[in-house]
Write a protein of this length. Structure first.
Length: 360
């Protein structure tokens, strides 16, 4: 694939020295500490919002008792609402937001495309198709997990995007157009499988889940997605300098000693695995990976060692509040999370398109 497009507003920064380096370390520390504090506060407050009246001290008390730090003081019903219902959902929202934001950041850097994210490039749609094939058609005879089907679908979708974009010339615009085509194709395949092989009740549940739903999740989903996110973030941070080098284009990165093909395969497969894990638990949630990386770059710059953790924190806080809005705005009816993120993401998508056009 050739690099004839424009990079996502990337400025490569030389390592600072002296007093400037110390000031930047302090600034980064304040940003990360502030982001982490905001995330913890957001989770604590979001858990209190709902039909049953829960206070922030109740949340801390429930968490402390389950961690063995204090004796239980809440009633079993109130403790169950916090620990078994609201806490797993809120934490999974944070993990999904962080994961999708990290995937978007890596894809935008590798492809040098400000519009790249798992949803726009069809990776989420492919993962949805793979998950539905396992759940509805029973492929694998109950032995193959949903996450494995989602991973296979995500890889197939992204392989199709790369093939189409390479065939059409490989420019950054062609990558986005190929992603849109793949997204429509796999969305159609998913709808076909659901409409022809699922009964009415299963169809309703699957379609709601495909729009992005965090209802009914448990601690198992939280631990699985958190583990995949942690591994992905470590791998991406280990390639931070390599991602910085891609700002110059793949030819310049190769001249700097980067093994371009191997790096792309490793990072794209890693992000596809994370996307598959998130989709298998929460469905397809769009535009988080598109919007949040641009917002984080405005705060942290384009150096990926600083950018990736801050983007993860921003995505986590964002989706915690989006999920809270989705489950309460039409109470007792719930709005799919993907619908809310799309309502927010589409205007941001248009803004990014406008900025990209102005820079060309």
């Amino acid at each position: 694939m050739t690099d004839t497009g424009h990079a996502p507003d990337v400025r490569v920064e030389l390592p600072p020295v002296g007093r400037t380096a110390g000031a930047r370390v302090v600034r980064d520390g304040l940003l990360w500490a502030g982001g982490l504090a905001l995330l913890l506060l957001s989770v604590a407050v979001a858990v209190t919002i709902g039909p049953a009246r829960i206070s922030v001290p109740d949340v801390w008390s429930a968490v402390a008792s389950h961690l063995g730090l204090t004796e239980p003081r809440l009633t079993p019903i109130r403790d169950g609402i916090i620990w078994n219902l609201r806490m797993p959902r809120t934490l999974l929202a944070a993990v999904c937001g962080a994961g999708l934001a990290v995937c978007g950041t890596v894809m935008q850097s590798l492809l040098r495309n400000p519009l790249a994210d798992p949803f726009v490039l069809g990776v989420s749609s492919g993962a949805s198709t793979g998950a539905v094939v396992v759940v509805v058609l029973g492929v694998g005879g109950g032995v193959v997990p949903v996450s494995a089907g989602a991973f296979a679908g995500a890889l197939c979708s992204f392989a199709l995007v790369l093939l189409l974009s390479h065939t059409l010339g490989g420019s950054t615009d062609r990558v986005v157009l190929s992603g849109v085509a793949a997204m429509q194709l796999f969305s159609a395949l998913t709808s076909f499988v659901v409409m022809t092989a699922a009964d009415a009740e299963q169809t309703r549940g699957v379609l709601f889940w495909l729009l992005g739903s965090l209802s009914g999740v448990g601690w198992g989903d939280v631990w699985t997605c958190s583990a995949v996110l942690a591994v992905t973030l470590l791998i991406c941070l280990g390639h931070a300098r390599t991602l910085d080098a891609f700002a110059f284009g793949q030819d310049a990165a190769a001249a700097l000693g980067v093994h371009v093909a191997r790096t792309r395969i490793v990072l794209l497969c890693t992000t596809a695995l994370l996307t598959a894990a998130l989709v298998s638990s929460a469905g397809a949630i769009g535009f988080v990976g598109l919007v949040l990386p641009h917002a984080a770059r405005a705060l942290a710059g384009s150096g990926h060692r600083r950018l990736l953790p801050l983007t993860a924190l921003a995505g986590a806080v964002f989706l915690v509040w989006v999920d809270t809005l989705a489950r309460t705005v039409l109470d007792p009816q719930e709005v799919p999370v993907g619908v809310v993120t799309s309502l927010i993401g589409v205007p941001a998508f248009v803004l990014v398109l406008y900025r990209t056009r102005r820079s060309t």
